[in-house]
Design a protein around this ligand. Structure first.
Ligand code: BES
Ligand code: MN
Ligand code: ZN
Length: 513
């Protein structure tokens, strides 16, 4: 993975020896202050672009101005950021990603951003994040991409003398999130033959080693000893051994009881890690089946989030749990009608082997709670029905109690990682009634995201706070957009990290009181 260097510029941007200056321009009836300054230096070329509607400030619209010697850089790239009062961190992140992708396409090595010094910390953070995720190559196995020049350095400046020194910290946070997202995306991009459950475990081990996390990987024998019959059931049809990957971040600031605060909160992030989902004996149609290499995007978000958490060091302990397996067909594969026993002893009648995600998550949820997790959140490419319901524009959100779900919604908004709540009506449980076992693994087509979530809830203790993100529609795209190439998006990752930071902040506030 290449890493673009992002640094605060010393001195005026106009004098920086870079190839391109980037302007993020709002939609106004005049030029923004940085654009106006640049206009003076280039003999009115920027204003002329505005007059000819080559520079409108419309969201994500790009344009080029040739400076012809007015400043050190030969070209200016303009990227629209839309109406100023509608600017959010998510928009800023996408605009920065648009810029980085434009620069990459032209093999630009050095660029400088010319920003308004009034930009808030959250927008500066989003900007760094966007630059890093925009500088990401999805053509992993294309021989032609390797020869391309890479974006090496982006300097950040303002029309005035020096950019605010306070920007260094949000830039650092943004870079951490962007790099974690890119790590998740490159895991997700690897096809089933390149990234098996053991491969995923190897990546988790490498991360733990480089980032000071604890790691444990439970293989088939240990899973049998743990009673993880649901995960083992899904894995039966594959030659690749399944595993349960556990990453642990210790804040080192817990331990003794905190006055005025219930002690021992442990956050568990759980991600579905099906490295390829064929559907099993209830096989999927051939059309689009290759997309099922992305059925481990929840796992990628979890591992990526653990990386960011290890770097941001919030004062809360966090557990990352990934059940990993393939879902294939073969003469050992589980069959419709088979009954499995999950780690908590509940029996499950498998009526559809393609409803495998909830099976492996059931064991992971039980495991996390046995490890003392009090607050749980999982991300899973769980149901095609969630794409029908919400399209590609929000992850489905379920959970309980309401306060926890609200906390997750807040984190989602701040992180620009969109979710939308869906119901867990008790009536949905009836669709999962089995004649022979405690529960069936599929409730059929009607409200499939809801019945899937209802199934998971069966493995959550009353005392636990739990949320579930159905990321089937958000984890990857097949359409190329100016800010995001076709491929994985790292959906859920930023929400996970923000949630950990928010819980840590709550705790330290309680301590100050
Ligand atoms: N991994 C799929 C869900 C999925 C579908 C994710 C499309 C992304 C894009 C999951 O394992 C699955 O097959 N779900 C079934 C459940 C059904 C059998 C109850 C589905 O949604 O069709
Ligand atoms: Mn499936
Ligand atoms: Zn699946």
């Amino acid at each position: 993975m290449n890493c673009v260097k992002i640094a605060l510029a010393g001195g005026p941007v106009a004098d920086l020896e870079v190839d391109v200056v980037v302007l993020f321009e709002p939609e106004l009836d005049r030029l923004s202050p940085p654009a106006a300054t640049l206009d003076e230096r280039t003999g009115g070329r920027v204003e002329r672009a505005r007059r000819f509607k080559e520079l409108t400030g419309k969201l994500y619209e790009t344009g080029w101005v040739h400076t012809e010697g007015g400043i050190a850089a030969s070209r200016v790239l303009t990227v629209g950021i839309g109406k100023p009062d509608e600017l959010t961190p998510e928009r800023m992140r996408r605009a920065a990603s648009v810029a980085a992708r434009q620069l990459r396409r032209r093999e630009v090595r050095r660029a400088a951003l010319w920003l308004d010094d009034a930009l808030g910390d959250d927008l500066v953070q989003a900007l760094a994040d966007g630059l890093v995720v925009g500088d990401f190559e999805t053509g992993l196995y294309k021989s032609s991409e390797r020869a391309k020049a890479e974006l090496e350095e982006v300097l950040i400046g303002t029309p005035g003398a020096e950019p605010p020194a306070g920007w260094a910290e949000p830039l650092r946070r943004g870079r951490i999130l962007g790099e974690a997202a890119n790590m998740a995306r490159s895991l997700a991009l690897q096809p089933g033959n390149r990234l098996t459950p053991s491969g995923l475990a190897e990546e988790a081990r490498r991360l733990a080693e480089s980032h000071g996390l604890e790691v444990e990987v439970f293989g088939p024998e240990q899973l049998a000893a743990l009673g993880a019959g649901a995960l083992l059931g899904v894995a039966q049809g594959s030659l690749e051994p399944p595993c349960l990957i556990v990453l642990r971040y210790r804040s080192g600031r817990q331990g003794g009881p905190t006055p005025g605060q219930a002690q021992g909160r442990l956050l568990a992030l759980i991600g579905k890690g099906v490295t390829f989902d064929s559907g099993g004996i209830s096989i999927k149609p051939a059309q689009g089946m290759q997309e099922m290499k992305y059925d481990m995007c929840g796992a990628a978000a979890t591992i990526g989030a653990m990386r960011a958490i290890a770097e941001l060091k919030p004062s809360i302990d966090v557990l990352g749990v990934v059940p990993a397996t393939e879902n294939l067909l073969g003469n050992r594969a589980m069959k419709p009608g088979d009954v499995l026993t999950a780690m908590n002893g509940k029996t499950i009648e498998v009526v559809n082997t393609d409803a495998e995600g909830r099976l492996i998550l059931a064991d992971a949820l039980v495991y996390a709670q046995r490890q003392g997790a009090t607050h749980l959140i999982d991300a899973a490419t769980l149901t095609g029905g969630c794409i029908t319901a919400l399209g590609h524009h929000a992850s489905g959100l379920f959970g309980r109690p309401d306060e926890w779900v609200e906390k997750v919604r807040g984190a989602s908004e701040r992180a620009g990682d969109r979710v939308w709540p869906l119901p867990l009506f008790p009536e949905y449980r009836e669709q999962l009634k089995s004649d022979v076992a405690d529960i069936m693994n599929s409730g059929g087509r009607n409200a499939s995201p809801c019945t899937a979530a209802m199934f998971l809830k069966e493995f959550v203790e009353d005392a636990s706070s739990w949320a579930h993100l159905d990321i089937a529609g958000t984890a990857y795209t097949t359409a190329d957009r100016s800010w995001q190439p076709a491929g994985p998006t790292a959906a859920g990752l930023r929400l996970f990290v923000e949630l950990a930071l928010a819980m840590a902040a709550e705790k330290s506030e309680a301590r100050v009181d």
